[in-house]
Design a protein around this ligand. Structure first.
Ligand code: UDP
Length: 139
């Protein structure tokens, strides 16, 4: 069922600022079903593994520090066309470029601290979901 699922994290800045409820409301209103969800905190090793594709990028150390500095909400979401529709809902990586009404436009502070993650492919959605959740945590 990977085709209809995506993976998200409400990142540390969104949790710190008290935006969990508002963002989950937008996710529900957009028609996503929550398959799995938890409040958790990534270790340095977790963040380095999760974002390994970016390890040569200049922003990588900053990204790891940011993603490990406090709790996140990790979740698996289900909907037809989940990956693409969720990327539309969150908006561009840089909130300055994000469309009006998107989660990043409303809640992201910068290209680094951009409030929310959304998987960029069905394959990555399955890998990222399995990184955070065991089978018995998915409903
Ligand atoms: N990021 C950053 N600086 C950049 C690009 C990305 O700090 O110039 C961070 C940002 O938190 C982003 C994450 O690295 O969400 C992963 O980058 P990606 O290009 O995969 O963007 P996304 O898929 O999250 O929109």
């Amino acid at each position: 069922m990977a085709t209809n699922r995506t993976f998200t994290m409400l990142k540390p800045d969104a949790v710190e600022k008290g935006h969990i409820g508002a963002i989950l409301q937008m996710i529900n209103a957009a028609g996503f079903r929550i398959v799995a969800m938890k409040l958790t905190q990534m270790t340095t090793s977790d963040a380095e593994t999760f974002y390994a594709i970016h390890k040569e990028r200049r922003f990588f150390p900053e990204l790891v520090t940011y993603m490990t500095r406090g709790p996140i909400v990790a979740a698996i979401l289900e909907k037809e066309n989940a990956v693409e529709d969720f990327r539309t809902l969150i908006g561009a990586t840089n909130p300055a470029d994000a469309a009006e009404g998107t989660i990043r436009k409303l809640y992201a502070a910068s290209i680094g601290e951009n409030a929310v993650h959304g998987s960029d492919s069905d394959d990555n959605a399955a890998i990222e979901g399995a990184f955070h959740f065991s089978g018995r945590e998915m409903f």
